[in-house]
Write a protein that binds this ligand. Sequence first.
Ligand SMILES: [Zn+2]
Ligand SMILES: [Zn+2]
Length: 332
Amino acid sequence: MKALVNTATLEMTFRDEPMAVRLSDDEVCLRIDAVGICGSDMHAYHGHDPRRIPPIILGHEFAGEVVDGTYLGKRFTGNPLIACGVCDYCVQGRSNLCSNRSMVGMTRPGAYAEFMTIPAKCLVEIPTGMSATRAALTEPAATALHALHMAQRTSVRPIQECRVLVIGGGAIGMFMALLLRNYGVRGAVVAETNPLRRKSIVRHAETRAFDPLSESGVTESSCDIVFDCVGSKHTRTAAFKAIRHGGVMVHVGLQDWSSDIDMRKLTLAEITLIGTYTYTMADLRATVAALHEGAFGDCSWVEERPLADGSSAFTDLHEGKSASAKIVLLPH
Ligand SMILES: [Zn+2]
Ligand SMILES: [Zn+2]
């Protein structure tokens, strides 16, 4: 089969690879119809992910059709995190924290290929009429949905009343802005340094966006909820500056993790700091339904390219040349 392989740092090679194999009878083989490029794939491409070592087939934001067995002909997206189902976290419904988890595009071959295998328990069916490209947005959109639900559970006031700052206008920031709008949050604003992405946020999420490098954007201690969808030392500092007393700061992105958190403000102002990681199966199912119902808009900001041209997509994202926060690759 053809696959886009991360062959070295800053190198993606479209080449022949051995056919994907099922590791057990509980697995299915999917013909991949669409697969998104994730920030974490970019991280691996840059050689910054010790868990993803070349040569490796990356890609975990997949949609495809089963080509064998019981589910033959059915279309699915799904959970790239393969949880054990029996550890303490799995039985609590917190499969994203599973102690024995593995992951497609990391511990086993991913979806930048014509075919990929995955356990059937990870699959979420795609509704009739939903395009493969839209279905491939499920994983990043579910990350935003999960983070939003974590914030909602903690916020003293309903989120519709809250002033919300989203830091980062990449895919997660974009999905967050779209979701906040759909939830009826009027006081949301996005901080993003790339002018192309700011334009895209304003146009598609109809949300105010500012450049944090040249504008203050939000008043100090004014935001009830801050989503840091970048997760760098700079953005954490900015988030803590923006957060209001009693506010909720949600850490979603993880670009680096050395930190000087203002523990004085955290303590005296009773700020809640929440770390969020990926999504559960329930989040993924809810996200497929939300995407299908249009809760994330028409997704026309998403760019499609052939998998065979995947290498140039990575280069464009690397050089900040793509206006779109999400490129979806099509294997056929
Ligand atoms: Zn992803
Ligand atoms: Zn588990």
